[in-house]
Design a protein around this ligand. Structure first.
Ligand code: GLU
Length: 421
């Protein structure tokens, strides 16, 4: 039977597995299997041609037992409520694992930002906030950027919210430009956090990162900075990278400065000369030391997992590896580091931004990075310890399930103290 790729079913099955291993209370399990609140909006937006186009938008507030909901907003032509529900669940586990004082949430709008100009994107962003504003706020739910949303979009959203409530509320949204009180280091904090995880993972497996070969899927905020940092921090060699136009490969390594400059002029990798052109599928199957999927969900599935040839799989995207793939990868002894550990640097950076917005005192970049390192390194060690403790008691579980046991336990305990079950 073909694998069911509904991301929310995948997220629920991951929770079920952890719940079983932990002996989670039934009522807690039931609460955590579904979102606390699901919002769907119909947004009329004035387009450049004078016509009104109606967009469907979502915000899912998954759980707020540990604090306000927190998570990004995606603008994507294939956005769906199932995906947003899954992503909001994963945000809940991500924030709990990092042990930052948030629950989980996620938003999405079905739209194709590549075909929209700034006027239309601004109108859409403001319409989204006009629909959502009552349900968000620095103590309620704090959105942020995600796939195809940018600091500029966050600034428009913060402005619309501030206009509605009647005062400047910078802490309602994170990932803003520095000029409207974003945080130093937030732009690359997702990739930076992943690098700290990679450093710890390499230590754990006694692998050398200097000269290690790396393949990266995706050239968005996460993939682009991962390309830069994995070379500059560790001296690793990025041999392949992709964008939506295709993937490129060079045995001797690709040049970050040249490619990022080309991409910033809205170039496409498909047009790069002097390299081999391969497909996205081929990129995933390369024999490399480190594979970094940094695009979207369901990239490594039951259909291609047995052809993954990397030693370390660093899940920088949300949900890139399905449950069937998980089993195959563990048989193949690929060291798969779960998304909600690897990419938690983004929301940890957001947490710092929110703290700075609420206190009005702003930090230097070094302070952001050193605090991020401290939090994410502890998360890695917590997961490794849980993994080993289960192994000692005769239960062989993946790093993903080990991470789940920590997060679910934290959220369940908060719900218990609050008297929710
Ligand atoms: N969108 C990012 C994520 O998936 C960041 C979320 C945030 O900063 O709230 O983790």
């Amino acid at each position: 039977m073909a694998e069911d790729l509904d991301p929310f079913k995948i997220a629920q099955a991951q929770l079920d597995e952890a719940a079983e291993i932990m002996g989670l209370d039934d009522a807690a399990h039931q609460i955590l299997r579904e979102p606390m609140r699901t919002l769907t909006f119909n947004l009329p937006v004035k387009m450049r041609n004078g016509k009104t186009k109606v967009f469907t938008a979502f915000r899912v507030q998954y759980n707020d037992a540990r604090g306000p909901c927190k998570g990004g907003i995606r603008f994507h032509p294939k956005e769906s409520i199932e995906t947003v529900k899954a992503l909001s669940a994963w945000m809940t586990w991500k924030n709990a694992l990092a042990n930052i004082p948030y629950g989980g949430g996620k938003g999405g709008v079905i739209c194709d930002p590549k075909t929209m100009n700034d006027y239309e994107l601004e109108n859409l962003s403001r319409a989204y906030i006009r629909a959502l504003w009552k349900f968000i706020g620095p103590k309620q739910d704090i959105p942020a950027p995600d796939v195809y949303t940018t600091p500029q979009i966050m600034a428009w959203m913060m402005d619309e919210y501030s206009k509605i409530v009647g005062y400047n509320e910078f802490g309602v949204i994170t990932g803003k430009p520095l000029e409207v009180w974003g945080s130093e280091g937030r732009n690359n904090s997702t990739a930076m956090g992943a690098m700290y995880v990679l450093r710890e993972a390499a230590k754990y497996k006694k692998l050398k990162l200097k000269g290690a070969t790396v393949a990266i899927q995706g050239f968005g905020n996460a993939g682009k900075f991962a390309f830069d940092l994995v070379t500059s921090m560790f001296g690793a060699k990025v041999v392949a990278i992709s964008d939506s136009s295709g993937a490129i490969y060079s045995k001797s390594g690709l040049n970050y400065a040249k490619l990022s400059e080309m991409k910033s002029k809205s170039g496409e990798l498909a047009s790069v000369k002097g390299v081999d052109h391969i497909s996205n599928a081929e990129l995933l199957e390369l024999g490399v030391d480190v594979l970094i999927p940094s695009a979207i969900e369901n990239q490594v599935t039951g259909a291609n997992a047995d052809r993954i040839n990397a030693k370390i799989l660093l899940e920088l995207a949300n949900g890139p590896v399905t449950n069937e793939a998980d089993k195959i990868l563990s048989e193949k002894k690929v060291f798969d580091l779960p998304d909600f550990l690897v990419n938690s640097g983004g929301v940890i950076g957001s947490y710092f931004e929110w703290l700075q917005n609420t206190s009005g005192y702003y930090w230097k970049a070094e302070e952001v990075y050193s605090k991020l390192d401290e939090i994410i390194t502890k998360s890695f060690n917590d997961v490794a310890k849980a993994h080993e403790a289960y192994a000692k008691s005769g239960k062989r579980i993946s790093f993903r399930t080990a991470a789940y046991t920590i997060s679910v336990d934290r959220v369940a305990k908060a719900m218990k103290y609050r008297g929710w079950y």
